[in-house]
Design a protein around this ligand. Sequence first.
Ligand code: FAD
Ligand code: MLT
Ligand code: ZN
Length: 480
Amino acid sequence: MTTLTQTQNDLIAQLRAICGTANVLTHEDPSADLSPWEQDWRKRVHGRALAVVRPGDTAQVAAVVKACAATGTSIVPQGGNTGLVVGGVPDGSGTQIVLSMTRMNAVRAIDPANLTITVEAGCVLKNLQTAAENAGFLFPLSLGAEGSCTIGGNLGTNAGGTQVVRYGNTRELCLGLEVVTAQGEVWHGLTGLRKDNTGYDLRNLMIGSEGTLGIITAATLKLYPQPAAQLTAWAAVPSMEAAVQLLGLAHQRLGPGLTGFEVMNQFSLSLVDKHYPQLRVPLWQGSPWCVLLENSDSENEQHARGQFEALLESAMDSGCVHDAIVAESLSQARGLWHIRESITLAQVQEGLNIKHDISIPVSRIPDFVAETDALLAREVPGVRMVDFGHLGDGNLHYNVQAPEGGDGKAFLHDFEDKVNTLVFDQVLKFKGSISAEHGVGELKAAKLPYYKDPTAMAMMRALKTALDPQNTLNPGRILA
Ligand code: FAD
Ligand code: MLT
Ligand code: ZN
């Protein structure tokens, strides 16, 4: 066990006075297990915190940040700790504070006429969706981790998910923010305005800044009417070209009704079939790709079904779909989505892997996949591609699994850097982004300067220095 300095002991005493003794956990207490806050979801890093601090309101967050700023102690904000790029866990130094926001989970207000909901940052996404639903509305952000991720983390990463094709990512769903700055001041920006041209857009700067520019304590978010009917279809398609063709048809035929368009390659579905056979994956054995489509209709189920059937009929006529099913009930639809959302977990069951979250203009995805698959097969004999994601947004989780029977740890050690460079070089060539929705965190921070415009990098560094001159907010994340 490391011995704390007098300054660290004084700081902990101060933090306990601010948040209450029970809400400041340290390694000095032998009964406290800090590992849930120190270990990232993918088990890539196990850090060591000086303390885990759990504030109960915005004033406490501000006081904690002031106390940390006075001692130059760095702070790692954390929500549900479901992030996939090592952004919300402490480093191994034992000197950082994890600021866990999960106690701040209240729904503060719903304004039905303004179509807005105001919630605290630690509100779990699923609870936010339920609060909107109970008030007769839809909050459309939806992702596999929604049962444990928080809206603060969603805003911190500008999360995407499965409804972006219709509603946009988290940034597009947010109207106002309450933020504690690096100096411990509170920015009261909880506006529900849809128009406000009074200078720099600080809200959009904070969103996606991964806790490096400020601590988000609350947000005002957009609500939408609930669809009258929602139908889900699963289609077997012969190629990625065909999937892109189907997407074009779906846009034409369904218009704004198209709320989900996900693609999954055969190997990713074979992993779900192998590790979760009870989920009964349909149509995967005879097809290199499957597509999951969702149609949200403002009229009624009959109208939605008619539209879907017409779409699939014309897709079959043109040869871009070989076989398809339309869910007959809500529980069948949920089952199909559950299969899609289980790919991440099935991949974990299969072993360690190299994850990519890239975006490419949709029109170029077929060429990107064909070319990059071939390059990887040459560099890593026996490589297995777990390729799936949000094709409607041009966002692929283009993941690389070790060859069959290979040791995951050794594979990462030998190939991670080489594979990342190969894939990211291809992304650059196809004018894409190396992070579409998961963020940069620590995992991609060292690579970012090679793939982002140098002037943009310089402006980002200048903003960081201006807003957080002591570099105490989540240092080493985004900017290495
Ligand atoms: P954390 O993991 O706790 O933190 C993430 C980042 O946000 C960190 O940098 C942290 O410092 C910062 N942060 C957290 N709270 C705050 C705050 N209040 N103020 C400022 N910064 C803060 N992501 C997608 O985009 N789309 C998906 O479809 C998707 N699916 C997923 C499925 C699974 C099974 C899993 C495990 C993850 C998935 N993710 C997905 C990734 C993850 O769920 C998202 O990144 C999510 O937004 C993280 O929320 P969190 O509360 O867990 O944040
Ligand atoms: C998803 O789309 O399922 C998520 O982004 C998680 C992942 O990439 O594994
Ligand atoms: Zn995703």
